[in-house]
Design a protein around this ligand. Structure first.
Ligand code: SF4
Length: 679
């Protein structure tokens, strides 16, 4: 049987035709599409020998033992009731993920607020998209990753891509960039590394990590001085340009060069390209956004886009390249600490009333907003903190900032429940581990980086003792005495439509059977896949400029930690590597974490290729294999974040948070480089 569904990994959600007559299932891309090496090998996960195929419960001997579902669920119910009776309802928390389907993200948010009555819920998208989301919401009145279809990238005359290595993180997306360049478009990449994406562009700006905000301010400064501002657009479609202007007037090119290391000439060249193109896009991604000033940085690039008159113009505008598979939908349906379905605010009385009506509860029964992801994890097991935590689709021990600390906090819990497909580093700490269905074994919807709702279709039945997360959540809700939870994705989708009706992300017009064709229609927009042509979904239809003052990164190099550390991904692995590290061909291609070090720095520290190096920050240390390359800056070490144990770079990252989005500063901290031994 052939089933058309989608890749389980990133936000591109490439189409896959899965031939499931016999295992292993075979895959091919949908016609006209493409798959990267992760997508091509995704079927290996389905019958992987490491797969969890029955629940596990930790026994008195401290070990995890096979259990049946009743035993596992009763253990969870007892743990939740004990935590609630001893410490209050807020002592039970939920942690979700940007890979959950829309229906699961929605149900998890409802489960927390209705079945548990707890404010303690957030998810790993807080560490992925929250800065871009906060910026877009504050300026456009809506957060849509790309407010235009992907194919528009191929038709833009100029693209400024900031902090994305799309050639390795989502290779099939490069067809749009490549087509644009083949048609004569000019592309500029801003990246602290000379990645394959940067090397394929016309111009590569390589700033010091953590200084993209100064760069964006400098570009707006130059655009103003060179008369490139679209005054008619600014006057008719925006507000508060003076605020942004006042904030950038001190960003003279020589000052920007001193802060960022980007030569003045490249700033001018960037403006030459953007200013002389009939259409232009500015796209940001995690490299620009995962900073303590991530929201301001995204806002500064939106300022530039607005000043040039781009948003709403054909093949133009600002967008962000979402990371996780359901990064967009995952942040629209209420698994965020401050949010209800439809992208409504949890502290908005009208939103509470609407959603409470759909959920059959009183608005006053809904908890108020809780703590953001890291703030919740930082307090686990402490007085006033969460004592019993349910984790779905997140491998926190590897992916959290300051990960060694988070691991200790997880170990301090009275009850840790993890639902996953493998015994991840996080699941290995749990008191109860629940085996969940995989991507090809379940139905539901995802929302890709364009805001397109797509169907995930069941091609195989899961193993007999494996359940979907919807089945587990609805069962648990029922055991806790809560009504109104369904294990049927279509039923949940219909309810989600009602809950989102009238919200910023309004799915009420969507048809489950026609998904793949639908974009949620924001209130006040023109209602198609290209937003902002007729106005912005703000009260007056105008976009807002913001003042974006530059701050140096929270942690500067000093005598003890003299270099900068930044992190990112490799082509073969996804997120914490929980899935891709188990795929043989991917593991063989990238078997271990490594540290990219510039030849000058390697010489200074006596490092040779293949040697082991200890990297140490104020949080902790790790051991990594040295790769010497001039694609990194001499002051910066790059390490990918897909591995745990001694090679977990997130044990080193800085959990300092962006004041608006609560995004940790994953992308820059100060580091010491200590040689260990020769290969
Ligand atoms: Fe899957 Fe993303 Fe690769 Fe496409 S680009 S095959 S969605 S991992």
């Amino acid at each position: 049987m052939r089933t058309q569904t989608h890749c389980p990994y990133c936000s591109l959600q490439c189409g896959i035709v899965l031939e499931a007559g016999a295992r292993p299932a075979t895959l091919q891309p949908v016609p006209g599409g493409g798959l990267c090496s992760k997508g091509w090998t995704a079927a290996e996960l389905l019958d992987h020998p490491d797969r969890l195929v029955h629940p596990l419960v930790r026994g008195d001997d401290g070990e995890l033992h096979r259990a049946d579902w009743d035993e596992a669920m009763e253990r969870i119910v007892r743990g939740i009731r004990r935590a609630q009776s001893r410490h209050g309802v807020e002592a039970v928390g939920c942690f979700g993920g940007g890979g959950l389907t829309n229906e699961k993200a929605y149900t998890l948010g409802k489960f927390a607020r209705v079945a548990l009555r707890t404010p303690a819920i957030d998810y790993n998208g807080r560490w992925c998209m929250s800065s871009a989301a906060a910026a877009a919401n504050s300026m456009f009145g809506i957060d849509r990753g790309l407010p235009f279809p992907l194919e528009d990238i191929a038709r833009a005359e100029a693209v400024l891509l900031v902090g994305s290595n799309a050639a390795e993180t989502m290779p099939p997306a490069m067809q749009y960039f490549d087509a644009g360049r083949a048609a004569g478009a000019r592309h500029i990449v801003v990246d602290t590394r000379a990645t394959p994406t940067a090397r394929g562009s016309h111009l590569h700006l390589q700033p010091r990590p953590g200084t993209d905000l100064a760069l964006a301010n400098g570009l707006l400064h130059l655009a103003i001085r060179r008369g490139l501002v679209s005054q008619e657009y600014v006057d008719s479609r925006t507000r508060d340009f003076e605020k942004a202007r006042a904030g950038v007037m001190s960003f003279w090119p020589d000052r920007v060069e001193r802060i960022t290391g980007v030569p003045e000439a490249q700033l001018h060249e960037t403006l030459d390209i953007l200013g002389s193109s009939k259409s232009a896009m500015i796209l940001t991604a995690r490299g620009a956004e995962q900073h303590s000033a991530g929201t301001r940085t995204a806002q500064a690039f939106i300022n530039l886009a607005l000043a040039l008159g781009l948003p709403g113009k054909p093949y133009s505008g600002w967008g962000t390249l979402t990371g996780q598979g359901n990064g967009q939908g995952g942040r629209e349906h209420g698994q965020k600490a401050d949010q209800l379905p439809g992208y409504r605010k949890l502290d908005d009385p009208a939103a509470r009333e609407h959603v409470a009506r759909v959920w059959g509860v009183e608005p006053g029964e809904l908890p108020q907003p809780g703590l953001s992801a890291y703030e919740m994890l930082d307090r686990l097991g402490t007085p006033g903190g969460v004592r019993a935590l349910l984790v779905m689709a997140s491998n926190l021990v590897v992916s959290a900032p300051n990960a060694a600390h988070v691991k200790e906090r997880l170990k301090s819990l009275d009850l840790l429940v993890v639902s996953d497909i493998f015994l991840t580093e996080t699941a290995a700490l749990a008191d109860v581990v629940l085996p969940t269905a995989q991507w090809a074994e379940e139905e539901g919807t995802m929302t890709n980086l364009e805001g397109r709702i797509i169907r995930r279709r069941e091609a195989l039945r899961p193993p007999p003792e494996v359940r979907t997360d919807l089945a587990f959540l609805s069962d648990l809700a029922s055991r806790l005495g809560a009504q109104g939870f369904s294990d049927d994705p279509r039923t949940v989708f219909e309810e989600l439509k009602e809950a989102s009706r009238g919200g910023i992300a309004d799915y009420s017009g969507a048809d489950y059977d026609a998904a793949d064709q639908f974009w949620p229609i924001p209130v006040g927009s023109s209602g198609n896949s290209r937003l902002f042509a007729a106005g912005f979904p703000t009260p007056d239809g105008r976009a807002r400029f913001m003042r974006t003052d530059f701050r140096e990164p929270a942690e500067a190099p000093d005598a003890s930690y003299p270099y900068l550390l930044t992190t990112g991904r490799v082509m073969q692995h996804y997120q914490s590597g929980a899935q891709t590290r188990r795929v043989k061909s991917l593991r063989l291609a990238q078997p271990e974490a490594f540290a990219e070090i510039h030849p000058d720095l390697a010489r200074a520290r006596g490092l040779s290729p293949g040697a082991e190096v200890e990297l140490r920050t104020r949080r902790g240390s790790g051991t990594f294999r040295v790769r010497i390359t001039d694609t990194v800056r001499p002051d910066t070490i790059f390490v990918p974040f897909h591995w745990g144990g001694r090679s977990n770079v997130n044990a080193l990252t800085n959990p300092v948070l962006d004041q608006f989005s609560r995004m940790p500063a994953f992308k820059v901290c100060a580091v010491a480089v200590n040689p260990l031994k020769e290969p």
